[in-house]
Design a protein around this ligand. Sequence first.
Ligand SMILES: Nc1nc2c(ncn2[C@@H]2O[C@H](COP(=O)(O)OP(=O)(O)OP(=O)(O)O)[C@@H](O)[C@H]2O)c(=O)[nH]1
Ligand SMILES: [Mg+2]
Length: 367
Amino acid sequence: MTLVIVLVVAVVLAVSGGLVVGTRSRRRGAALPEDGAPHPGAPQPTVPVTTAAETETSPTLEVEAGRPVLRDRLGRARGLLAGYFDQVRGRKAIDEATFEELEEALILADVGVTTTTRVLGDIRDKLRSGVLSATDPPALLQALQDDLISMFEGDVESLAYADGDGPTVWLFVGVNGVGKTTTIGKLALREMQSGRGVVLAAGDTFRAAAGEQLESWAERAGARIVRGSDGADPSSVIFDAVQHAASRGAGLVLADTAGRLHTKVNLMDELRKVRRVAERPPGQLTEVLLVLDATTGQNGVVQARQFTEAVGVTGIVLTKLDGTAKGGVVLAIRSELGLPIKLVGVGEAPADLVPFDPVEFVSALFG
Ligand SMILES: Nc1nc2c(ncn2[C@@H]2O[C@H](COP(=O)(O)OP(=O)(O)OP(=O)(O)O)[C@@H](O)[C@H]2O)c(=O)[nH]1
Ligand SMILES: [Mg+2]
């Protein structure tokens, strides 16, 4: 059965090869295309441009079937909260000790003091006004769960594509090692699968192995990549990638940037410039995605604030939720900064990047 599916997919891909815009050159090691040369208007027009080498395997076949179950991946966070919630559920009545237990649970799960105080204050109000009964702890837990879910109401979690002719640009920013490049790789696979032509912009020209890392994702996804020499101006790489995508009719540029501390003024200035260049026509910058590592907990809120001030973040990608009990930071970021959580990373495999579903997420935390 599997073999049959694999063969069918392979035949479809072979027949529709021309549908995937701007993928690979036909000949292995073929010369760079003329239109891939740096654009004369680029800030530093000497950046070399390469495309991904032709890959033997179809990218489609590498993605696991189905979505990982959030409930399983959030096991650590749930493990921490479940004990507290069970205790509350088993009580005869809600008293001050119940609130203390809930407060401790939420703070340990990194929901943050501000958000914890706010949601528990809301529950207290409901008790006072008689909406909740002091002898019904399960109803209290349900109200808490509903409150947390309602924090995400009105969020647009989907990623935006540009309406016009030029390529859509999604810019990825964040501190070191949070998962920017991995997220871009996973998204490149997903977007290529859905038939969009993808160009990866290797805007991390600072870390030696960053270009290779992105290149291996490009090969895996069958996407094109534009790289610069080590130490090149990242904005020129992104500029070239946009030009390359436009000339090839590729619809999407995923722009990587070097990890940087939100406290380093010069690096944040560099990022401002990167953003300005990324939104130059024909490029249409629709997303500036801040990638946050869930294991850093409350520091994520500080990072989000600084990056938003510098480059106008449009959404959050929260990675490494699989390995942490601090998943509650999602709630802190949403309530304190009002930024939508667009995607969550729950593992290292391509399929482990999933849209953020608040109902599924909060339910998974409550067990
Ligand atoms: N468990 C887990 N690991 C992840 C996830 N996302 C990324 N990683 C891992 O985190 C590590 C760092 O990922 P990168 O993509 O290199 O991070 P980066 O932000 O590009 O790092 P710099 O470019 O150095 O700033 C890698 O080992 C990834 O496999 C995730 O959702 N879950
Ligand atoms: Mg990186």
